[in-house]
Design a protein around this ligand. Structure first.
Ligand code: SF4
Length: 80
């Protein structure tokens, strides 16, 4: 399972931070940061989700009011 985070879309509401430790507040930018992620293209960050954090990652994605977080199975099927 992996997460795609569209940091350009993020408006810094920080619900995701409360749901999954991988997200941290960046108060300077007014955006979240996704720890351990790689920038796949401009402002699109991707990270593998550890097995025991899958629920948290899904909750984080569902909590985002602007749908900046998407969750995918390894075969590319979108989960959230
Ligand atoms: S919940 Fe969405 S808008 Fe809020 S900080 Fe997280 S990614 Fe950004």
């Amino acid at each position: 399972m992996y997460v795609e985070f569209d940091r350009d879309t993020c408006v810094g509401m920080f619900q995701c931070v409360a749901e999954w430790d991988a997200f941290e507040k960046d108060l300077n930018d007014g955006k979240a940061d996704l720890n351990g992620s790689e920038e796949e293209s401009e402002d699109l960050f991707v990270v593998e989700v550890p097995d025991d954090e899958e629920l948290d990652a899904k909750f984080a994605a569902r909590s985002c009011p602007v749908d900046a977080i998407e969750v995918y199975e390894d075969d590319g099927e979108q989960v959230v």
